[in-house]
Structures are given as C-alpha cells and as structure tokens.
Design a binder for this molecule. Structure first.
Ligand code: ADP
Ligand code: MG
Length: 635
C-alpha cells in the first residue's frame, strides 16, 4: 500500500488463533477471549504482514483499540522476540507499569519475567524479558549503553502524538539507526490524526489505520463560563449520579491536589444522600498514586453502583478505563513552559487544546453512546482553545537532552533531524548551562566531567553535584541529598483531614504518631532505592564513597558546583539574610517560589567555576550588574 492509504484490513477468522491447550489458568483463558474482542484483533494478520513488508509503519487507532497491549504480543507470537526484545515506549511511568502488568496477566507470566517494564530508578525486567514497556526517557538512556539498540528487534514508539521531549529525540535517533539496521522494525503509534506528519518525517512511511468502535458522544457546554471549575465538576458529578442512567464517570483534573480535594468533598457529600441513591465509588488516578491503588480503577463496577474516576491527563489516551459513559472536562491541564532567558521552568494550569478536548470527549463513547460535559462555553471551545498542544521540545529546558546527545557523539545539534526544532535560544541556553557546569568545554565538546555526569539519570545540576562531591569527599551525603530531591515533595504525607495541629495534640504530642502519620515510608524506601542506584553509578564513574558529614561547607560546595547562573534580584540585599542562597527548584505558582534552599558564600562560585564567574560578579557590596543576569543575590 502507499503512503497515507487507509488500510481497512480483512476480517480475522474467529477461531484461527492457536490456543494453548495446556493452559489451565481460567483467568488467562478469559483474558485470551477478551483479547479477541478488541478492535485491533481483526487486523492482527494484516498488521503483521505490513510489519514484515515495511521497516517503518505509522499506526493510528482510537484509544482503547488495543495498540499498546496487543501489538507487542502479536509481534511476540509472530516470532519477533526470537530475534531480539520488543520495546514499547510510553510517555508516562504509570502507563508503562500498568500496561506491563496487564500484558503479563494476559500472557500468564510473572511481571518482570517475559514481560517487564523499565522506568527511571525502577527496572522490573530480567534476562528472560522479551516484551519491555518503558518510558521514552529510559529508551533514550539505553542508547548510551547500546547506540544501535542491538538487543531489540522492534521498537514501538507509542503515544507518539504526545510529543514529549524524549519521544521527539527518540524519533531522530531511531530514524538514524534504522538506516544501518534494516532488520530493526519501527512502529510509531498514535491515538490522533497527526499520522501524516509522522509519515512525512519517517520518509513517507505507510499509515496503518485501525478503525475504532466509536459511538456517538453528546457534547454539552455550560451556558456561561464557570467561576470555579472544581465546584462545577463536583456539582456535575452529583447531578449525573442522581439523574442519569447507569454508567461510570470520568473527570479530568490537573493534578494530585485537585483530585484529593474533590475526592474528599465527594465522599462528604454522598454520605448524606441516603440509601435510595446508588453507591458512588470514587477512584483517583495520578502519577504518584501507589501501585496497589492504581489497579482499583480497572476493577469492574459492582452491579447497582457507579464509579467515578478522578484522573489527570493520563486517562486522555494513555490508559483506557472500560465502562465510562460520562466525561466531565473542565478544560484545563498542567503545562510546562520554559523561559530560556531566565532559565525558569514553570508548571502552570492552562487551557487544553481542541485536540485534547476531543480525545477527552471520546473516552465516553467507547462501549456505547456517551455524554461529555464541558465546563466551558462553546464560544470558549471555538475561539479560546488552540488546535494542538505545543510539543514539549519547544517549551522546556534542554540541558539534559543536549548532554545526552553530546554523549552519543551528536555534536551538530542545530542540524539534528528534529521533527519540530527547539527554539535556538533554548538550545544556546542549554549549551551555556552545560559549559557553566564544566560538562562542555568552550568549544562545546563533552569534557570528562560531562561524560561522568551523563551516567546519572538525573538533571545535569544534580549529576554535577554528585561528580563534584568527589573533590569535597562527601559523595556519601551528596547521593543521599540527590535521592531525596529525586523523590520530590512526597516525603511528607499530609492527608487533608489530618493537616491540623489539633490532631497531633489529641495524641498527646506523640512522636510515634508523627512517625506514623507524617512521613511517607514508601517515599523513603524509594529514596533508598534511588540512593542504591546512585551508589552503583558512583562506582561506574570511579568516584569513591566518602563521608564528610561534619563539614557542612564541603557538602554545600558540592551542591554549589551543580548550580549555574540564573540570577534574581533581591531588593536591599544588605538587609536580607541570607544574602546568597541556592535553590533546587524555582516554581511559578501564584508567585515565584524557591524550593529546597540552602545558604552559600559567594566566593565559592569563583572557587568552583572560575571559567564562569569572576570576583566582580559576586562582589557583595557594589551594585554592579552581572554579566549574564539582571541582578544578584540568589541563584
Ligand atoms: P490502546 O493502546 O489502543 O489505547 P490498550 O491496549 O491500552 O489500547 O487497551 C486495550 C484494552 O485493555 C482496554 O479495554 C483496556 O481497558 C484494557 N486494559 C489496559 N490496561 C489494563 C489494565 N492495567 N488493567 C485492566 N485492563 C486494562
Ligand atoms: Mg495505548
């Protein structure tokens, strides 16, 4: 077939699938039957034929048609895994884990054996692994150890429409290796119709379309804009629950905090509804939700009850939840943006794109006619929403990716085969940051420090801090700091109803109670796992473990080594103490906040990075302007 042709495929014979006669496991057999009901099943043979014939194929199919869970299994059944692993990349960690769990169940194998997943700091694969679900970022890192991906026979870049930074970089890399590895099959799969663009990029690769079952979806708009979409979402859930026929509800929210708030309010409000109203089962799903609880969203809703799933964007295309009949779309999501001039990255709540709104609506019409309640006006939809979300590569800090590409020997970044190139300022800023960190020399070449930094799956600032800890003999402390920073702000657990000081008072200020209530053991364990891995990597870059806990300055100097100039003006610096601080993150929410802060002495900057700072830059008394920023005092 030719480029862009629609492949309808032929009907697959219902009983031609070889069933494993020895299989005693009922669950497995049930799941095998279920597999055959997915829309993609009819195209199994056609798809395999196409894979055999072409090296690169773009696959488009409605969310829930079975792309992610089925295609890698088809490839396995067709013998591709005999020649090498099948990789399937996902932009989200939760999706990689959840899908791997599902597929291992369908195949009746233990997760981590034939089917596994690999996400940052968590490798659930083994020697046996044939089908490997992984985040796009992890596959990118695998290029460092295996530049031709020799151990893989197929790479499926899934959820390509998401256009994450790692996916975009992967496009360039897999396209490049496909030229000298004709045996490597590439599948680019997407839920939306960007197919043409992917096909063009991959030298007119054929497009394979899997027609999904899609029932009509009634879209409802609000008459006037909603002042508070949280409140509006809650009211809408309750209205649907009380007035509409059976069917589960999916609400799209922007993050964990919103989800927890609504979860709590809904629990509270439904308590008073009485026994005449059906039970409402509330299921949250977001990236940091413990794995055990994630599985809950897939459990079938008991007869007579109704499920309401409170989800982030993850439910837009990454995860399919069966049984959804009503979608509530407030029209927002968190979007990262980056200002290359200040080096500031922010994660702000923004309106979604039309493409997202349509994906969200589509979630309600998978198993029957659905309804989507948009908590905005049709005028908003028509006039205020952009058509598509800007690809991440055009709105993010590129330092990490530039370091990775340089480590792969790709020096000419300007001419890298980007599907959509990043802004040149952002590329320059990344080069400048890496130079300041001594990861690159003045000619833009990777230094020994840079090469060591690239070994760590961390932000360059954190990996530099670790590499620098060698000099200050405090690697022991510094990797603990790096691992704690890597688990983020989830160390402390604050259930909404336990936030108050009084609850503590009630227990007579018990230490045990604090221990039991405020520290997330899970996060600590995760930090410990990360620390173990960092310790292993230290060995790899030949840095000895050395402890220097008594010398706080040494540790702070190592931390300072991992920072580079993003200056902020502090008014009247003479009256503010400390005058110079380092922050781990700068977050723009209602205001610009520094997170995780420690004090430093300005002359350390000159001591640590003389190629970047001069004494006059850090002069603490004058009002001289810094060469590269607009002020001074904090970085
Ligand atoms: P696609 O990738 O085309 O969106 P999937 O392969 O993810 O489709 O989904 C196919 C089916 O598998 C859906 O019906 C979905 O509900 C089911 N499924 C996927 N993951 C899980 C899981 N972790 N638990 C239960 N069912 C799942
Ligand atoms: Mg999928």
């Amino acid at each position: 077939f030719v480029k862009s042709s629609v492949i309808e495929g032929t009907q697959h014979e219902e009983d031609s699938d070889q069933e494993d006669i020895d299989e005693k496991d009922m669950l497995k057999r049930e799941l095998q039957d279920e597999r055959k009901t997915l829309p993609i099943y009819k195209f199994r043979d056609e798809l395999l034929k196409a894979v055999e014939e072409y090296q690169v194929i773009v696959i488009v199919g409605e969310t829930g048609s079975g792309k992610t869970t089925q295609i890698p299994q088809y490839l396995h059944e067709a013998g591709y895994t005999a020649k090498g692993k099948v990789a399937c990349t996902q932009p989200r960690r939760v999706a990689a884990m959840s899908v791997a769990a599902r597929v291992s169940q369908e195949m009746g194998v233990k997760l981590g054996h034939e089917v596994g997943y690999s996400i940052r700091f968590e490798d659930c694969t083994s020697e046996k692994t044939l089908i490997k679900y992984m985040t796009d970022g992890m596959l990118l890192r695998e290029f460092l150890g295996e530049p031709d991906l020799a151990s893989y026979s197929v790479v499926m870049v899934d959820e390509a429409h998401e256009r994450t930074l790692s996916t975009d970089i992967l496009f360039g890399l897999v396209k490049d290796i496909s030229r000298f590895r004709p045996d490597l099959k590439l599948l680019i799969s997407s839920a939306t119709l960007d197919a043409e663009k992917f096909s063009d990029y991959f030298d007119s690769a054929p497009i394979f379309k899997i027609p999904g079952r899609r029932y009509p979806v009634e879209v409802h708009y609000t008459k006037a804009p909603e002042a508070d979409y949280i409140d509006a979402a809650i009211v809408t859930v309750l209205q649907i629950h009380v007035t509409q026929p059976p069917g589960d509800i999916l609400v799209f929210l922007t993050g964990q905090e919103e989800i927890e708030t609504i979860d709590e309010i809904l629990k509270h409000r439904t308590r008073g509804l009485g026994t005449k109203i059906a039970e409402l089962i509330i299921c949250p799903i977001y990236a940091n939700l413990p794995t055990e609880l994630q599985a809950k969203i897939f459990e079938p809703t008991p007869e007579g009850a109704r499920k309401v799933v409170l989800a982030t964007n993850i439910a837009e295309t990454s995860l399919t939840i069966d049984g959804i009949k009503y979608v509530i779309d407030p029209g927002f999501c968190k979007i990262k943006s980056y200002n290359p001039r200040t080096g500031m990255e922010s994660l702000l709540i923004n309106p979604i794109s039309k493409a997202s709104a349509n994906q969200r609506a589509g979630r309600s019409g998978r198993t029957g006619p659905g309804k989507c309640f948009r908590l905005y006006t049709s005028y908003n939809y028509m006039h205020d929403l952009e058509d598509n979300t800007v690809p991440e590569i055009q709105r993010t800090n590129l330092a990490n990716v530039v370091l990775t590409l340089k480590s792969l020997g790709i020096h000419d970044l300007v001419n890298f085969d980007f599907m959509d190139p990043p802004p040149s300022e952002a590329l320059l800023k990344a080069l400048e940051q890496l130079f300041a960190l001594s990861a690159l020399n003045s000619r833009g070449e990777l230094t020994k420090t840079g090469r060591r930094m690239a070994e760590f799956p961390l932000d360059p600032m954190l990996s530099k801090m670790i590499v620098a800890s060698e000099k200050y003999k405090c690697s022991d402390e510094v990797i603990s700091i790096a691992s704690m920073l890597s688990v983020g702000n989830s160390i402390f657990y604050r259930p909404k109803d336990k936030q108050v000081y009084n609850s503590w008072k009630e227990t007579d200020y018990s230490t045990q109670w604090c221990y039991e209530n405020y520290i997330q053991v899970r996060s600590m364990k995760r930090a410990r796992d990360i620390r173990d891995q960092l310790e292993g990597l230290l060995e790899r870059v030949e840095i000895e473990i050395s402890s220097n806990a008594s010398d706080l300055d040494a540790i702070k100097k190592a931390i300072t080594s991992g920072k580079n100039g993003s200056y902020r003006t502090v008014k009247n610096p003479q009256t503010v103490l400390p005058r110079w601080v380092i922050y781990h993150e700068l977050v723009l929410t209602t205001k610009e906040y520094m997170r995780q802060v420690t004090e430093l002495k300005p002359d350390w900057l000159v001591e640590i990075a003389p190629h970047y700072y001069q004494l006059k830059d850090v002069d603490d008394t004058g009002t001289k302007k810094l060469p590269k920023g607009q002020g001074r005092a904090a970085l």
